[in-house]
Ligand binder design. Structure first.
Ligand SMILES: [Zn+2]
Length: 301
């Protein structure tokens, strides 16, 4: 990282946080993603904690290794008085008869009220010990194993931004038993982000014949809610499925609400998951039929 992006003066996340216009487009995108109200300036930075082992990588003052905020931010006055501002953790103490002992040194004698701060600092770090031979490592706090994954980051962001009920819905979307491309498609449908005919026309992907209408019924403008719920073809298909299942399917005016209530009648999470699969199968099949007709002129059966 240093080879590519230069020295950053201590904290690796400075590469993420600072405003310098360096790095590839990809890296600049990563930096722009790191926005939010996290204690350390963004959701990405504040999602990592340093797990101290031998203390050779972890910066005593600048890494978040005990608590959510780094010690320099939590105890700014003590940081200014420290004789080891740039020290790694293992340089801030020593092993005495096999037991790690933190040693904090100051540029001058502390005032009484600074002593209080120093005591609090000692209490904060006293339970962390330096273990020789065990490397320090960064852990992602939003997963049990401590490994970063797109999924855990996504779930964390959704939870942060949405009401609990909506967060629950998004959890259902990313079900374990569905192929991820189907789950991702459902997600786009619910947010009404599927590539609409009008966008494809604009980008020259399909030939512009002046027709903006739904590919299936050729009657009304196409959007997610029309295509999967209100289109006469979709309605007939829903009706056929409902007859086959022997139930009444309630369609709401938008896909969000319909999916939310789909399978809401059961308290069994297994059965609910099964219904989520039928929803996904339904919209996926309609989408395939629509694309078949649009791109290959296939007849909708
Ligand atoms: Zn239609």
């Amino acid at each position: 990282m240093e080879g590519k992006y230069g020295q950053n003066g201590g904290h690796w996340l400075d590469w993420v946080q600072d405003g310098r216009n360096v790095g590839s487009l990809w890296w600049r995108d990563v930096r722009n993603l790191n926005v939010g109200d996290g204690a350390n300036g963004g959701w990405l930075s504040s999602g990592f904690r340093m797990k101290i082992g031998e203390g050779k990588d972890g910066s005593f003052w600048w890494d978040e290794w005990c608590g959510e905020v780094c010690l320099a931010n939590k105890f700014p006055r003590l940081y200014l008085l420290s004789t080891g501002k740039e020290n790694k953790c293992h340089q801030m103490g020593q092993n005495v008869n096999g037991t790690w002992k933190w040693i904090l040194e100051w540029r001058r004698t502390l005032f009484e009220w600074e002593e209080e701060d120093a005591k609090q600092l000692k209490r904060t770090i006293e339970n962390v010990t330096i273990t020789p031979g065990q490397p320090d490592k960064w852990e992602w706090i939003h997963s049990i194993e401590g490994h970063y994954s797109t999924k855990t980051a996504y779930l964390m962001l959704v939870k942060q931004r949405r009401e609990p009920e909506e967060a629950k819905l998004f959890k259902r979307i990313w079900s374990k038993i569905l192929p991820s491309k189907v789950a991702a498609f459902n997600w786009k449908v619910i947010l009404d982000r599927i590539p609409k005919k009008i966008n494809l026309l604009k980008r020259g992907i399909v030939k512009d014949t002046g027709d903006r209408k739904c590919v299936l019924c050729e009657n009304e403008d196409e959007d997610s809610n029309h295509l999967f719920l209100n289109c006469s073809i979709a309605r007939r298909l829903w009706q056929a499925c409902a007859n086959w299942w022997g139930i009444t399917v309630t369609l709401h005016k938008d896909c969000w609400k319909t999916f939310q209530n789909f399978g809401a009648w059961t308290t069994s999470s297994r059965i609910a998951e099964g219904w989520d699969c039928t929803w996904n199968s339904f919209i996926w099949s309609v989408w395939m039929a629509r694309n078949g007709k649009m791109f290959q002129n296939l007849k909708v059966n």
